[in-house]
Design a protein around this ligand. Structure first.
Ligand SMILES: Cc1cc2nc3c(=O)[nH]c(=O)nc-3n(C[C@H](O)[C@H](O)[C@H](O)COP(=O)(O)OP(=O)(O)OC[C@H]3O[C@@H](n4cnc5c(N)ncnc54)[C@H](O)[C@@H]3O)c2cc1C
Length: 447
C-alpha cells in the first residue's frame, strides 16, 4: 500500500486541474485514470487523415477560468470561421439565409422569441448558478418542465421551438419536457445569460490551436508521471480520516468523474443514502457530434458562413469547423449535431443509412455539394463506458431543489467534482477548471 496525501480519480480537466494545484501547494498526489489516455470528454484525434475535435472544442469570452488556463499553459486560440450568411430552415420548411443572430422568422415570431428570451435572461440574472436552488422561484420552476414553462410564456410554436432548441437539443441534449424550467435557467445563468446561448458567435467563439485536448495533455505533463493510466477505480474504502483507492491510502480522494460514474464505484461503507439517491436523478443527455469533411469548404464560395440551424431538421445545428490552424489543410469540415430523440432514431439505423440521412439533412442547408464528402465520422461518446452520453449530466424534474445542495458536499475524506456540478461553466471545460481548483483549494485549506 502506497501512502499519498490525495488520490484524484479521473484525468479529465477537473481531475488534472485539481492535481496540478494540489501539487503546487506541496501535496503528494496521484491521479488514477480508467482510460489509456488523459482528457476525458476532450479528445483531439486524427481520423481518416483529418484532425477532429471528437469532444469539446469551443471557448467563449465569458469562460475566464478556461481562458486563464489556456494562457497559463502557453496555448493560443483562433476565431471560428463565420464570414458570410447563415442558414435557417423554419416551420414552413423554407430555407432562408440571414446575417447576425436573429433568425428570419415571421415578424410576430421574432417578437415572441425576443420577449421570452428576455424573460429567461431576467430569471437567469436572479440566479447564482452555483446555488440555483436559492433562486426566488426555485421550487415553482423546478416542478415544471421547460416545455410546460415555454407553453405558459407564448402560444407561438416556432418561438417555443427555437428557444427550446437552444437549451434542449443544443445544450442539455434532452427533450424540453424531460428537464425543469429551473435547469433551463441554470444553463442560461451558467453561461452569463440566455442571450449568450442565442449568439453562436459568442458561445462558439474561438478554438485552441492544436485542439482543446492540449489543455489536459499539458496539465498532465506538469504532473511528471503521477498519472496512472488504464487504472479504473471500482472500489473505495473509507473512514472519517482516510480512504483507500486503487492501492493508495490517502487523506483525501477527489472523485473527478461524472456523477453517473460515481454510482459505478462500490464504497465501503456505503455512501449516505442521499448521495446514492441524488445521483440516480442525474443523467447524461445524448447528442451525436458529426464531422463531415469535403475537398474544399464549398459553402464559402456561395457566401455562406457554414452556420446553420433548424429546430425541424435532423441536424439541428451545424458550423464550419475547418482546421484553420493546420497549415496547408484546405479541406472544408462541417460539424453538426443530432440530439436526444432524433439521436435515438439515428442510432437505431445501420451505418450506411445514418450517413445518408445526415448528408441529406446537410444538403437541405448547403445544397447538393454536401452529399459528397471525402470523410465522415460520428463521435461515439454514447457507447464509451467512461462517459456514456454527451455533453454532460443534468437533473430530472424536481431534483435540483430536492438534492442540489448535496452536490458538492464532501463525505468524510471523499469529494465529488466535475463540470457537471459546476456553477459558472456548468457542463463546460470552464466549469471543470473551476471545480478542480475549488476541490484543491478546499483540501489545501484543511492542511
Ligand atoms: C461531444 C462533446 C462536445 C463538447 N463540446 C464542448 C465545447 O465545445 N466546449 C466546452 O467547454 N465543453 C464541451 N463539452 C463538455 C466538456 O468536454 C466537459 O464538460 C469537460 O471536458 C468535462 O471534464 P471533467 O474532467 O469534469 O469530466 P470528464 O472529461 O468526463 O473526465 C472524467 C475522467 O474520469 C475518468 N473516470 C471515470 N470513472 C473512473 C473510474 N472509476 N476510475 C478512474 N477513472 C475514471 C474518465 O475516463 C475521464 O477521463 C463537450 C463534451 C462532449 C462530449
Amino acid at each position: 500500500m502506497n501512502d499519498v496525501d490525495v488520490v484524484v480519480v479521473g484525468a479529465g480537466v477537473t481531475g488534472l486541474t485539481a492535481a496540478v494545484r494540489l501539487r503546487e501547494a506541496g501535496l503528494d498526489v496521484v491521479v488514477l485514470e480508467a482510460r489509456d489516455r488523459v482528457g476525458g470528454r476532450l479528445l483531439t484525434e486524427t481520423v481518416d487523415g483529418v484532425r477532429l475535435e471528437i469532444g469539446g472544442q469551443w471557448v467563449s469570452p465569458d469562460q475566464t477560468a478556461l481562458l486563464a488556463m489556456i494562457d497559463e499553459l502557453g496555448l493560443t486560440t483562433y476565431p471560428r470561421y463565420r464570414s458570410g450568411e447563415s442558414v435557417y430552415i423554419g416551420r414552413d420548411g423554407v430555407r432562408k439565409t440571414f446575417h447576425g443572430d436573429a433568425f428570419p422568422v415571421p415578424a410576430e415570431t421574432a417578437v415572441e422569441i425576443k420577449r421570452v428570451a428576455a424573460e429567461l435572461d431576467r430569471l437567469a440574472a436572479q440566479m447564482d448558478p452555483l446555488v440555483p436552488w436559492d433562486h426566488p422561484l426555485a421550487v415553482e420552476l423546478d416542478q415544471m418542465s421547460f416545455a410546460h414553462w415555454l407553453s405558459s410564456q407564448t402560444s407561438d410554436q416556432e418561438a417555443r421551438d427555437n428557444i427550446g432548441l437552444y437549451i434542449g437539443p443544443a445544450m442539455l441534449t434532452k427533450p424540453a419536457h424531460t428537464f425543469s424550467a429551473l435547469s433551463a435557467v441554470l444553463m442560461a445563468a451558467s453561461a452569463g445569460g440566455f442571450a449568450h446561448l442565442l449568439d453562436a458567435d459568442f458561445i462558439l467563439d474561438r478554438r485552441v490551436d492544436g485542439g482543446l485536448q492540449e489543455v489536459p495533455l499539458r496539465l498532465a505533463a506538469r504532473l511528471e508521471g503521477l498519472v496512472r493510466l488504464s487504472t479504473p477505480v471500482d472500489q473505495i474504502s473509507w473512514d472519517g480520516t482516510s480512504a483507500v483507492a486503487g492501492g493508495y491510502r490517502a487523506r483525501h480522494v477527489v472523485l473527478a468523474v461524472p456523477p453517473t460514474l460515481v454510482n459505478r464505484i462500490r464504497f465501503a461503507p456505503a455512501l449516505p443514502p442521499v448521495q446514492a439517491q441524488m445521483r440516480q436523478h442525474q443523467s447524461f443527455g445524448l447528442v451525436v457530434k458529426l464531422h463531415i469533411t469535403y475537398e474544399t469548404p464549398f459553402w464559402r464560395e456561395e457566401g455562406l458562413s457554414g452556420t446553420a440551424f433548424s429546430p425541424y431538421a435532423l441536424v439541428h445545428e451545424a458550423y464550419d469547423n475547418s482546421n484553420e490552424d493546420v497549415a496547408g489543410d484546405d479541406r472544408g469540415i462541417l460539424v453538426g449535431f443530432v440530439s436526444d430523440v432524433r439521436a435515438d432514431a439515428l442510432l437505431a439505423l445501420d451505418a450506411g443509412t445514418r450517413r445518408e440521412e445526415v448528408l441529406t439533412s446537410l444538403a437541405a442547408y448547403y445544397g447538393p455539394g454536401a452529399l459528397s464528402p471525402v470523410a465522415y465520422y460520428e463521435s461515439p461518446w454514447q457507447s464509451d463506458e467512461w462517459t456514456a452520453g454527451a455533453f454532460g449530466t443534468s437533473f430530472d424534474i424536481g431534483s435540483l431543489t430536492r438534492y442540489g445542495r448535496h452536490l458538492r458536499t464532501p463525505v468524510g475524506p471523499l469529494s465529488f467534482v466535475s463540470s457537471d456540478v459546476a456553477g459558472l461553466g456548468f457542463q463546460h471545460v470552464d466549469g471543470a477548471i473551476r471545480m478542480g481548483e475549488a476541490a484543491a483549494a478546499a483540501i489545501v485549506e484543511q492542511r
